[in-house]
Design a protein around this ligand. Structure first.
Ligand code: GLU
Length: 379
């Protein structure tokens, strides 16, 4: 077996950083740890300045709201946590906006519900928003929309949410900043001999068994949800690491070799995502393309409306379709950016004509190359 060593932060181009409630909020004083947040923002700005795409998944809306509203300790009823989140989230967003603006960076708030990542069309929609923000060099700041999330329909913990966001954004690294510096082979509080595991090559049953229950009152996720997040992330081709956020400049510390646990993915993000497209979806239609488009696709390009000669099937935007060459051979599969009706209207047209025909400025591509797998064997 090849023993994989710890990767270098320098090798990642798109990084999602998840910040837990207990790091952001001083529960006893009921305030945000602003100095700490400012130091974290400086770390994020440094990664951003190196040309990396940076996304933040920030918890803290409920914890901050409850301290602002001076709610008594103990569990909150559903409508209380929804109300607390409403008060907390607006304050949280303001803080993020302020600390990132200090580095000349725009923060863009995105509040998601479970359906936004689990339903394909909504997933694609949220993904486009993220892509646009990153293109503008803004930092998306994401949380669950706790004001409308109900007990049955919610993530509940931001560890798994962050993993979904990381895969949605095709990030190559997810960093969970936590109140613990990594995964231990035994409960570190109770066992003085507990050792930190620096690199996890795959999330095995033994690794899952090491994950104990939540230790902190403020954050919902314990090690169990972090391991769940590791499974989601690494399966989809995203590396993950758990590190302590209880220090100033936690990201700089990781870059300088500080303690943490890495969860390595065997796949690279594109292959994993493409495997998902190729393997797990029921194609809803067929696009037949011309020889020029076949060559372009084989060369790694996106499928443009101009290359499409025939549209068949009833599909909606975001559905999987089969792409066939002029000889009806399957060239690949992908997630189409237009529904069948609009695809029919714009086929054979240039992207600018397509925008005119539809009267709106949609995606220039019929299937973006990130959403396209070329070379799937004929069914
Ligand atoms: N979305 C929750 C909040 O912002 C946090 C969930 C978690 O702690 O993981 O309050």
């Amino acid at each position: 077996m090849i023993v994989m060593s710890r990767p270098d932060l320098k090798n990642f181009r798109r990084i999602v950083v998840k910040v837990g409630s207990s790091l952001l909020i001083d529960a006893a004083a009921g305030v945000v740890k602003e100095t700490w947040l400012e130091a974290l923002a400086a770390d994020l700005a440094a990664l951003h300045a190196e040309g990396r795409d940076v996304l933040v998944v920030s918890s803290g809306s409920i914890a901050l709201g409850r301290s602002k509203l001076k709610l008594p300790r103990g569990p909150l009823k559903l409508e209380e946590s929804q109300g607390a989140a409403a008060v907390g989230q607006i304050a949280l967003a303001r803080l993020w906006s302020k600390v990132l603006a200090a580095h000349g960076i725009d923060a863009g708030q995105i509040l998601v519900t479970l359906q936004d990542t689990e339903e394909r069309r909504r997933y694609l929609n949220a993904r486009s928003t993220i892509a646009k923000l990153l293109e503008w060099r803004a930092i998306p700041v994401i949380n669950e929309n706790d004001t409308v999330a109900t007990t049955e329909i919610r993530y509940g913990d931001n560890d798994r949410l962050a993993a979904r966001v990381a895969t949605m954004a095709s990030a190559d690294l997810l960093i969970l900043l936590s109140d613990i510096d990594g995964l231990y082979d035994a409960p570190p509080g109770a066992n003085p001999n507990a050792r930190l595991i620096p690199v996890v090559e795959s999330v095995s049953a033994a690794i899952e068994a090491m994950a104990g229950a939540a230790e902190s009152e403020l954050s919902r996720g314990g090690m169990t949800t972090k391991i769940e997040a590791a499974k989601i992330a690494t399966t989809a081709g995203t590396h993950m690491l758990i590190a302590s956020g209880k220090i100033a400049h936690p990201l700089r510390a990781i870059a300088e070799g500080g303690r943490c646990t890495w969860f390595l993915t065997p796949a690279n993000p594109v292959t994993a995502r493409k495997r998902w497209i190729a393997g797990s979806l029921e194609p809803k239609g067929t696009l037949t393309i011309d020889a020029g488009a076949v060559a372009a696709l084989r060369g790694g390009a996106s499928l443009l409306p101009a290359g499409v000669v025939r549209v068949e099937g009833h599909f909606a935007r975001g559905d999987a379709v089969v792409v066939r060459g002029p000889d009806t051979h399957e060239i690949g599969r992908g997630l189409v950016a237009y529904d069948a009706e609009n695809a029919e209207r714009i086929k054979g047209h240039s992207s600018s004509e397509a925008a005119r025909i539809l009267g709106v400025h949609g995606r220039a591509e019929m299937i973006h190359r990130d959403d396209l797998v070329v070379g799937v064997a004929p069914a």
